[in-house]
Design a protein around this ligand. Structure first.
Ligand SMILES: C[S@@+](CC[C@H](N)C(=O)[O-])C[C@H]1O[C@@H](n2cnc3c(N)ncnc32)[C@H](O)[C@@H]1O
Length: 256
C-alpha cells in the first residue's frame, strides 16, 4: 500500500472512531439495508467453513443475519473491522472479532469461507473492484457472498454543485455498479440476486448533507479539504432543499 493510501485508511479509521457512539443513531439507511440483506439471506443453505462480516462496524449486518437465519444465530460471523471503537460497541464481537485493514486482503484463515458478508464498507477500500474479486475467490465451493455497497450514482446534487461552483468535489469516489457486477462474475460468482436501489433523504441541501456524513463518521475524503471560500461557493450552488440520494447495489451470489 502506498503512503498516501495508508494515510487515507487511517483517516477513515479515525473518522469512524471519533463518531462511533453516534453511528447507529444516524445510520438509518445502513440499518434498513442490513435488514433487507438479512431477509434475502434467511434461507441460504450454508456449508461448513468460516463466516465473516467484512467492515462489520457495530454489527448491523450480522445482527440482521443472525436474527433471520437459524444457522447464523448459532454461529455468528466473525466481526472484522479496522476501527476498534466501533468493534467495542458491537454486541457480536464477544463471539469473535478481528481488527484488520481490508486493504491488505483477507486474513489467511478465511480461505474457503462459507459466507462473506459486507455492508457499506467496500467503498472505503483503495481498490473496491479488486478486493471484491479477491473476496469472491476466497469462498469455498457453494460459499455465499452477501454485499451492499453505495455506488457511483450517489450524491448527484453534490457533484452538480461542485461543477457549478468550480470547486473540487470532495465526495468519496464510489465504484460503478456494472464494474462490481463484472468483477464478481469474472471471479466466478453465480449471482442469485443483484439489485440497484435508490434512497433519498428529502430536503437536505448542502449543509445538512455534509453534516449527516460527518455525524456518521463517514466524511473522510481522498481530496484535500475545501477552503472556507470554496465551501461557501459550493453551498451557494447546491440546489436548495435537494435530497441526499444514495444508489446502493445489493448482491447475493454463490461460488460454483
Ligand atoms: C459505514 S460503516 C458500515 C458498518 C457496518 N457494516 C454497517 O452496515 O453498519 C463502514 C465500516 O467499514 C469499516 N472500514 C472502512 N475501511 C476499512 C478497512 N480498510 N478495513 C476494515 N474496515 C474498514 C469502518 O471502520 C466501518 O466500520
Amino acid at each position: 500500500m502506498s503512503a498516501s493510501a495508508a494515510g487515507f485508511s487511517q483517516r477513515v479509521r479515525a473518522g469512524f472512531g471519533r463518531r462511533a457512539t453516534l453511528y447507529e443513531h444516524h445510520a438509518r439507511l445502513q440499518q434498513a439495508t442490513a435488514w433487507r440483506l438479512g431477509h434475502l439471506c434467511r434461507q441460504l443453505p450454508l456449508g461448513e467453513g468460516p463466516r465473516a462480516d467484512l467492515g462489520a462496524g457495530s454489527g448491523l449486518l450480522s445482527r440482521a443475519l443472525v436474527q433471520q437465519h437459524a444457522a447464523l444465530s448459532r454461529q455468528p460471523p466473525l466481526q472484522l473491522d479496522q476501527c476498534p471503537e466501533l468493534l467495542a460497541l458491537n454486541p457480536l464481537a464477544a463471539a469473535g472479532s478481528r481488527l484488520w485493514d481490508l486493504n491488505h486482503g483477507l486474513p489467511a484463515d478465511l480461505e474457503g469461507a462459507a459466507l462473506l458478508g459486507s455492508s457499506f464498507a467496500l467503498q472505503w477500500l483503495d481498490d473496491p473492484i479488486g478486493q471484491l474479486g479477491h473476496w469472491c475467490r476466497r469462498l469455498r465451493s457453494g460459499g455465499w457472498l452477501v454485499l451492499a455497497v453505495p455506488t457511483a450514482g450517489s450524491f448527484p446534487h453534490w457533484r452538480q454543485a461542485a461543477r457549478a461552483a468550480q470547486v473540487p468535489c470532495t465526495a468519496l469516489c464510489l465504484p460503478a455498479a456494472p464494474a462490481l457486477q463484472a468483477a464478481a462474475g469474472d471471479a466466478g460468482l453465480e449471482l442469485h440476486h443483484s439489485q440497484q436501489l435508490r434512497f433519498s433523504r428529502p430536503d437536505q441541501g448542502g449543509l445538512a448533507t455534509l453534516h449527516h456524513l460527518r455525524q456518521l463518521g463517514a466524511s473522510a475524503s481522498r481530496t484535500s479539504p475545501l477552503t472556507a471560500g470554496q465551501l461557501r461557493r459550493l453551498l451557494r450552488h447546491w440546489p436548495a432543499g435537494s435530497p441526499l440520494t444514495w444508489e446502493v447495489l445489493l448482491l447475493v451470489g454463490r461460488a460454483p
